[in-house]
Structure formats: structure tokens, C-alpha cells
Ligand binder design. Structure first.
Ligand SMILES: CC(=O)CC(=O)C(=O)O
Ligand SMILES: [Mg+2]
Length: 221
């Protein structure tokens, strides 16, 4: 029997990736979207993971791949209908994540009232940093996120600006679907999303905690 992977390599567990959209008012404004009354949720498959150093893949059917810089929350235990007050007990740690988005495809999905699967859930659409254990993060709502593309600062955000807090998000999601140890929640992007091209080098991090690198490559079928 294979030895279990440590949680610090959560991307090898092959678990759920649950994403929250429109969780920052400045990003909702730049997308001309209404503010959500409850977290907007979508999913990525485990094949979306691209650990630090692995490429992000530009899908063949898109001409406009965007970066979205996000804080990821890694679950350390099963969470089912967890009250908000107990939600942080379920957190094992954090990671810097990119919710890579085929923006042209997403726009078409929105126009047709279709789910965002093609725009969000393609292979290598979720680059992730190394795991940051929760004891290194006194307050996850006071983190500064940054992203550079080819050395140029492209996106910055402060997790204090989230509309829905991390305990609220965990409680909300766990009332809909059971979350498992090793699952990852992407908590939404602040403003500043934008396009990347084949061969661009992205570097992103959580100030003072972790950084990661990722090159954009075209997916080969
Ligand atoms: C408009 C979006 O793509 C929503 C999203 O993913 C976000 O982070 O906000
Ligand atoms: Mg996003």
C-alpha cells in the first residue's frame, strides 16, 4: 500500500478545488458585475493543479488567458455543515494560487447562460505555491498578495478587502458539499486581472510568507 502523502503536498491528494468568485468589490467593479449576496461558487478538477515551477497551460480554444491572484485555504479535516465559529479549526494552512481563466470563453458562457467549466476548469488552470502551515499565519485576513509578469508588477491585493470572510466561506460551502481533508478553497481575486501570453513568466506570492514561479505554455493535445 502506498504511503499517504503529507498534507504539505496537498496538490498530490487529488481532492476538490472549490473557488469563490466576486469576493472583492474592486474586482466585481472591474468586471462590471453586481456584488454577490452569497459566495459565488465554481469547481476545478484536481488535474487543474500546477505546483510551483510547473507551467500554466493556455487552452487551444482560448485567445485570452487571464491571471487571477488568490489566497488558497487548505482544509486539514472533513467539514460538513460547520458553524462559522468552528470553521477555522478545519484549516491546515494556506497557499498562493492563480485562478487562470479563459476570459473570452467565460464571456461567451456568461452570454449564453452556461456554466464556466470551459473557462475555469481546464488542465493546469490552478498554479499553486508551496503550503504555508496555519501557525505561520496569525491573521489570514491581513495578507498582501502580489503578482509579477515578466518582472512587471501586474496585480496586488490585501485579503482584508474580502467581502466574505474565510470562516463564512468555509461554513457556507460546507453546508452545500462536504469538504475533505486536503481540499483547497480559492477565495477570489482582487482587481487587476489581465492577460498573459505564451512564454510569459509569472511570479506571485504572499508577502513575507511564500512565492512561486510559473511559465505560460500552450496546451498540446
Ligand atoms: C469573474 C470571475 O472570474 C470570478 C472569479 O473567479 C473571482 O475570483 O472573482
Ligand atoms: Mg477567481
Amino acid at each position: 500500500m502506498a504511503a499517504p502523502q503529507p498534507l504539505s503536498r496537498f496538490w498530490e491528494w487529488g481532492k476538490n478545488i472549490v473557488c469563490v468568485g466576486r469576493n472583492y468589490a474592486d474586482h466585481a467593479r472591474e468586471m462590471r458585475s453586481a456584488l454577490p449576496r452569497e459566495p459565488l461558487l465554481f469547481l476545478k478538477p484536481s488535474s487543474a493543479y500546477a505546483p510551483d515551477g510547473a507551467p500554466a497551460l493556455l487552452p487551444a480554444y482560448s485567445r485570452e488567458l487571464h491571471h487571477e491572484l488568490e489566497l488558497g485555504v487548505v482544509l486539514g479535516r472533513r467539514a460538513r455543515a460547520v458553524p462559522e465559529a468552528a470553521a477555522m479549526d478545519c484549516v491546515a494552512g494556506y497557499a498562493l494560487c492563480l485562478d487562470m481563466t479563459a476570459r473570452d470563453v467565460q464571456a461567451e458562457c456568461k452570454r449564453q447562460g452556461l456554466p464556466w467549466t470551459l473557462a475555469k476548469a481546464f488542465t493546469a488552470s490552478c498554479p499553486v505555491s508551496a503550503f504555508v502551515p496555519r501557525d505561520r499565519v496569525p491573521d489570514p485576513h491581513r495578507l498582501k498578495l502580489w503578482l509579477r509578469v515578466n518582472g512587471e508588477l501586474r496585480q496586488e491585493g490585501d485579503t482584508s478587502a474580502m467581502i466574505f470572510s474565510i470562516p463564512y466561506i468555509i461554513s457556507y460551502i460546507s453546508g452545500i458539499m462536504t469538504l475533505e481533508e486536503g481540499d483547497l478553497i480559492l477565495t477570489g481575486t482582487p482587481k487587476g486581472v489581465g492577460p498573459v501570453q505564451e512564454n510569459d513568466e509569472m511570479e506571485a506570492g504572499i508577502k513575507g510568507l511564500v512565492s512561486m514561479r510559473c511559465r505560460v505554455e500552450r496546451a498540446r493535445l
